[in-house]
Design a protein around this ligand. Structure first.
Ligand SMILES: O=P(O)(O)OC[C@H]1O[C@@H](O)[C@H](O)[C@@H](O)[C@@H]1O
Length: 243
């Protein structure tokens, strides 16, 4: 997709800002990455396929709902597993793999806590002062816990996360539905709203939803990959948007 030119971003031009969580508000993207790497190293070595590499995270897991990510990554190694049940914890079903990874993620979150990126806090402060409406749109089912751990839950009027998506049967990113649902809950027009994302799948979702501006935050995916996915603007940190 060819990025349209919307540079620089004038914060007063828009009514609402929809933030992805992991890698945009908090560095939980690193926790997800480590938990996935640990889990899939075991899954792949047990099956004698090509070992898990860091690029697998960005290509298959980043931004996608938990079990959808597992299926996409297994498919890259030609592996198809049964869906499994909510009780599975073994590595022979899609749900079991997702649950195992989630146990690692939760242990690290509870042990180490999490703090927001300072640049994101500065942007949130500025947007608050401007009276913009703020929402979180995350594929994660841990979004509420992460926001609470970072002391940020009260700063967002709506949170559309993996739990909401499952409850309302909304397809996850790269489909636009979760972003569109947040815009609907805020009663704002996507054409007057901004999406902020660090994952190619999330940028694709923002563009598919017709949002006025999709900001890519490069936390490791690479500026070229985020531009190719359709980001109007790519920054290294949201501090850059606070003039
Ligand atoms: O397993 P959870 O917490 O529901 O998260 C699902 C996905 O949520 C996304 O926000 C992360 O980018 C992914 O790394 C993660 O896999």
């Amino acid at each position: 997709m060819t990025p349209a030119s919307v540079q620089p971003l004038h914060l007063t031009d828009y009514d609402a800002y929809l933030f992805d969580l992991d890698g945009v508000i908090t560095p939980t993207v690193e926790v997800h990455r480590r938990a996935w790497a640990e889990t899939f190293a075991e899954v792949f070595s047990a099956r004698a396929v090509a070992p898990y590499v860091d690029a697998d995270y960005f290509a298959s897991l980043d931004g996608r709902p938990r079990f959808a990510g597992v299926e996409v990554l297994l498919a890259t190694r030609g592996i198809v597993l049964p869906e499994g049940s909510d009780l599975d914890d073994g590595l022979d079903t899609v749900r079991g793999i997702g649950h195992r990874k989630n146990r690692v993620f939760t242990e690290v979150l509870e042990r180490d806590g999490i703090a927001a990126y300072p640049g994101t806090l500065r942007l949130l402060d500025r947007l608050d002062a401007l009276g913009a409406m703020l929402g979180v749109v995350s594929s994660s089912r841990n979004a509420e816990a992460v926001l609470r751990a970072a002391g940020l839950r009260d700063r967002f009027r709506v949170v559309v996360d993996g739990e909401v998506a499952a409850r309302e049967h909304l397809p996850g990113k790269p489909a636009p539905d979760t972003f569109l649902r947040a815009a609907q809950l805020l009663s704002v027009d996507p054409a007057r709203s901004v999406v902020l994302e660090d994952a190619a799948s999330g940028i694709a979702a923002g563009r598919a939803g017709g949002f006025a501006c999709v900001v890519g935050v490069d936390r490791g995916a690479g500026a070229a990959a985020l531009s190719d996915a359709g980001a109007h603007i790519v920054v290294q940190d949201l501090e850059e948007l606070v003039a």
